[in-house]
Design a protein around this ligand. Structure first.
Ligand SMILES: Cc1cc2nc3c(=O)[nH]c(=O)nc-3n(C[C@H](O)[C@H](O)[C@H](O)COP(=O)(O)OP(=O)(O)OC[C@H]3O[C@@H](n4cnc5c(N)ncnc54)[C@H](O)[C@@H]3O)c2cc1C
Length: 508
């Protein structure tokens, strides 16, 4: 690949992601999808569109997994949609956007947030607004304008180490850096402390893994995916109504329209192979479903539990060992508060933070989401959400005190605001990407052929992350099954898979 290839704008269709030639499967072909998050829903969609009779089993009474929403009530009885937390829909999430287009063809429910400021102590702000979209012009412009790295600082930077970010290459980067921690790699850059905090730490933390427990290769992939190789810019979109109304209710209708049987609130406890062939049977509480293929699209703890309970999945010892070795990262907290007053009008709808202890970001929901805006207009209040990722402990009182102190430092006008209502989530179900875990990480395909894995923990052959990784894995899992039936799958897209300096010899 040439240097110019690395500068290509827009989505690239990936070759070899689907090999089938027919348009639809034979009548009666059935698949079971376990898990109704983005990965499971993406797989169910692609399979059902090709004529597969899909049964989707989801443990919770609603679709969405870590992007789900459900109804709670304010003290005056007003219902509202509580969510698993603010989510940013980046522009290079090409496969997720194609999934959303199934229910919102012009993506009208996405609205852009034109800046993504990073707030630090003492009023420090880093902005990504107005940067050129094309790598590496975006990086050059950021380094030229940032106050946190001077020319003198840049002279002290370890240039070959820093160039590794621009030389991202799926196989070489993982081979060289997977055993190193992200913390050690960042320290090797010799960036000044404040520059490192405002430009790197904030992103590293957004991947939910603490730097000293995360693979440097995985972090380099994220830097490439979100910034250095991303032709769409760092700004992102958000849904303009709660996830339930904007996404999951229309998606339920769409799936049902394709004939998908949704078994919501029905966890799969175990799977087994049918005695008279290669088909599979999933055991639910007091019921079972059968299919010619199985998509396992659950969280890491749930996948480990399913493998633990299902002898048929443990026949291949290598895969069983790889699943047992998967882990979750530290817990995260999402704290939604309905406050009796609003923040200053100049505040951004969403701001990341750096150097503010456990506080990772602050969202003002009434500034982008309809339901919260209507409540705010009625009451004059504000719907504030505070996130803490990779929490080092589970002391809820201490975490809340730190989050609230961070909010009041950054937005002093909210100091002392009365909390009319709050929702607190504390959970540990995001995947860990520890050093040295890449080689063993399971892929979408398994030795069983008609069993595939999907989720944001799966190893994929192109750079991708979080919601986009989950969706891409779901689509790729469906494509694997469709290949077996010689049926055309879903086209998959990516940013340029390699850094713009990846082809240059080291030392140049
Ligand atoms: C606080 C927070 C903020 C985030 N912000 C962002 C963001 O801004 N941008 C971004 O891209 N990503 C973000 N993410 C990450 C994103 O939410 C995930 O990457 C993505 O939703 C994962 O989707 P998934 O389908 O792989 O897993 P999940 O959504 O976890 O889906 C797995 C599903 O399996 C179900 N299940 C489990 N066990 C069983 C069983 N036995 N039987 C049947 N079903 C079962 C679960 O209930 C769940 O619905 C955020 C995550 C969190 C927690």
């Amino acid at each position: 690949m040439s240097l110019l290839d690395g500068l290509g704008l827009g989505p690239r269709e990936l070759r070899g992601m689907s090999r089938g030639t027919r348009e639809r499967v034979d009548t009666g072909t059935r698949a079971i999808v376990v898990g109704g998050g983005l990965a499971g829903v993406a797989a169910a969609c692609v399979l059902a569109e090709r004529g597969v009779k899909v049964t989707l089993c989801e443990k919770e009474p609603h679709l969405g997994g870590r992007v789900s929403a459900w109804t709670e009530r304010l003290p005056d009885g007003t219902p509202y949609q509580m969510e698993r937390g603010f989510h940013a829909f980046f522009r290079q999430y090409y496969n997720l956007r194609n999934l959303l287009r199934r229910v919102d063809p012009r993506l009208e429910r996405l609205r852009p947030l034109d800046d993504y400021p990073i707030l630090g102590p003492d009023g420090l702000v880093e902005s990504f607004k107005g940067l050129p979209r094309t790598p590496p012009l975006n990086l050059m412009a950021l380094l030229r304008r940032t106050r946190f790295v001077t020319l003198a600082d840049l002279r002290g930077v370890d240039v070959p180490a820093a160039q590794r970010m621009l030389r991202f290459d799926m196989s070489k980067t993982y081979a060289t850096f997977d055993d190193t921690t992200a913390a050690d790699y960042l320290a090797s850059l010799r960036f000044p402390e404040r520059g490192r905090q405002m430009l790197f730490d904030v992103f590293a933390h957004s991947f939910f893994n603490p730097e000293d427990e995360m693979s440097a290769a995985e972090m380099l992939m994220m830097f490439h995916f979100y910034f250095l190789g991303n032709p769409e810019g760092l700004v992102f979109d958000v849904l303009d109504e709660p996830f339930s109304d904007a996404l999951w209710k229309p998606m339920e209708r769409y799936l049902e329209g394709l004939g998908v049987e949704l078994r919501l609130g029905q966890p799969v406890e175990r799977v087994e192979r049918l005695k008279n062939g290669s088909a599979w049977r999933a055991e639910l509480v007091g019921a079972h479903v059968e299919g010619d293929a199985l998509v396992l699209a659950v969280t890491v703890p749930a996948l480990r539990a399913l493998f633990g309970a299902s002898d048929a999945l443990r026949v291949d010892a290598e895969l069983a060992g790889a699943i047992d070795a998967l882990d979750v990262t530290r817990p995260f907290a999402v704290w939604r508060q309905y406050l009796d007053r609003a923040a200053e009008p100049s505040r951004a709808p969403f701001a990341g933070t750096a150097g503010m202890g456990l506080l990772d970001n602050v969202s003002l929901f009434e500034r982008f989401e309809g339901e919260s805006r209507r409540w705010s207009l009625r009451t004059g209040g504000s719907v504030v959400e505070l996130h803490a990722y990779a929490c080092p402990h589970a002391d809820a009182d201490a975490i809340r005190a730190e989050l609230r102190a961070g909010l009041e430092t950054l937005y002093p006008e909210l100091a002392g605001a009365r909390v009319i209502h709050e929702s607190w989530l504390f959970s540990q179900d995001c995947p860990a990407f520890g050093p040295g875990t890449h080689a063993r990480r399971p892929r979408v395909s398994t030795p069983y052929g008609n069993v595939v894995l999907a989720g944001d923990f799966v190893k994929l052959p192109f750079p991708t992350a979080l919601m986009e990784r989950a969706t891409s894995a779901g689509m790729l899992a469906a494509n694997h099954l469709l290949d077996r039936w010689d049926v055309r799958g879903e086209p998959l897209y990516s940013i340029p898979p390699r850094g713009f300096m990846a082809s240059l010899p080291l030392g140049s």
